[in-house]
Design a protein around this ligand. Structure first.
Ligand SMILES: NC(=O)c1ccc[n+]([C@@H]2O[C@H](COP(=O)([O-])OP(=O)(O)OC[C@H]3O[C@@H](n4cnc5c(N)ncnc54)[C@H](O)[C@@H]3O)[C@@H](O)[C@H]2O)c1
Length: 338
């Protein structure tokens, strides 16, 4: 069944891939994004689709802008909520802004969905969890223990959404992707570790590893993350569920730095040094994050398909084309063909 879908944060890294995938599948897709960290250019490929209903530049807290989507004959049947402040350091510097976007903003979306009976997929994060203990990956029953205003706000938004699900019967799904990387991720302070390492290595700059680099992350290629989000958004059996997705393997940040450096050297660039710098926010650091994705595999048959080396190779190729291009020439597809 073809649907009308609203993607909040659709001009961001993960959002633009989600929009592209849904358009390709024949759905009609609209985007609301305030462009605080995303950009219009990320949607350039989508503009050509007759099913693209355009980008509305507005915050998710902007009720007037939201009412142009909801409660109209062209209202969405499904809302994917990806918009948010995603930087842990920014949330520590300005927790109020984080709360306004990630909790109050999410609440505005929930209210619209409740009033107009729109299914909601809330994209949360693995950062809500307590660190993994040795020998056991994190499944959805693992204790939550937010260590930053960002993680706390995402958990609060999840709880609100699940509360609406129980109280009003609103069809809600909560997704907790693990760390996601790939083409179109920002490489500045707002970006992710793979994007930052890749960009710096290609520019001949040293890779900065916080502390001794033994902290681990489960790094999922964006194509796999998008497949997870799209599958969970369309499946009836995902309603009322919390679902993890990741690769099931974690990588120490110091090893990631070496892998990115090696991949960049293979692409013809020179080898850069790796240096240790003091951690920026040691109390917010999560020592070990590794996903148990058994639940989503059992429920929806999802599993990751892109390994870390291949994902890094694609990210290096894309970053190189971006750095070298005067015009935007994305050359790498995210994971599976959409
Ligand atoms: N990238 C990851 O590793 C990762 C992992 C787990 C979960 N997530 C979640 O996925 C979602 C997307 O993350 P991303 O990595 O694509 O980040 P991103 O910063 O690229 O995307 C977020 C988008 O939301 C927009 N936005 C921010 N505040 C807004 C507001 N108040 N109103 C409207 N738009 C607003 C930004 O402009 C941006 O386009 C976030 O909810 C994040 O918490 C990301």
């Amino acid at each position: 069944m073809k649907m009308r879908i609203l993607v909040t944060g659709g001009a961001g890294f993960i959002g633009r891939w989600v929009v592209k995938r849904f358009l390709f599948a024949g759905h009609r897709v609209g985007v609301i994004d305030d462009l605080s960290s995303g950009n219009r250019q990320n949607l350039a490929e989508c503009e050509a689709s007759p099913n693209f209903e355009g980008l509305t530049v507005a915050g998710v807290g902007d009720r007037a802008a939201l009412s142009r989507f909801f409660g109209t004959p062209a209202a969405p049947e499904l809302c994917l909520h990806l918009a948010g402040q995603v930087n842990v350091q920014s949330s520590l510097d300005d927790p109020g802004r984080d709360f306004a976007t990630n909790v109050a903003g999410a609440h505005e979306i929930l209210e619209q969905c409740r009033r107009h009976h729109v299914r909601l997929v809330m994209v949360s994060t693995c950062m809500v969890y307590a660190p993994a203990v040795e020998g056991k990956a994190i499944d959805e029953t693992h204790p939550v223990e937010p260590r930053s205003p960002y993680a706390a706000a995402k958990l609060a938004a999840e709880e609100l959404a699940l509360g609406y699900c129980r109280a009003y019967g609103l069809p809600v799904t909560v997704l907790r992707p693990f760390n996601t990387y790939g083409p179109f991720q920002r490489a500045d302070a707002e970006g992710g570790v793979v994007a930052i390492f890749t960009d710096r290595a290609l520019r001949g700059l040293p890779l900065n590893v916080y502390g001794n680099g033994s902290q681990t992350r489960d790094l999922m290629y964006v194509g796999d993350c998008v497949e997870f989000i799209c599958r969970a958004s369309l499946a009836e059996q995902a309603v009322g569920q919390i679902l993890n997705a990741g690769t099931g393997q974690d990588t120490a940040i110091i090893d990631l730095a070496s892998k990115v450096r090696d991949s960049v050297v293979e692409s013809g660039a020179r080898k850069v040094p790796i240096r240790h710098v003091p951690p920026l926010h040691p109390r917010s650091e999560i020592g070990r994050l590794v996903c148990d994705y058994g639940k989503v595999h059992r429920l929806l048959g999802w599993r990751p398909v892109v390994g870390l080396e291949e994902g890094i190779r694609r990210t290096v190729a894309w970053t190189r084309s971006r750095q070298g291009a005067t015009a935007v020439t994305p050359s790498v597809e995210a994971g599976r063909t959409p």
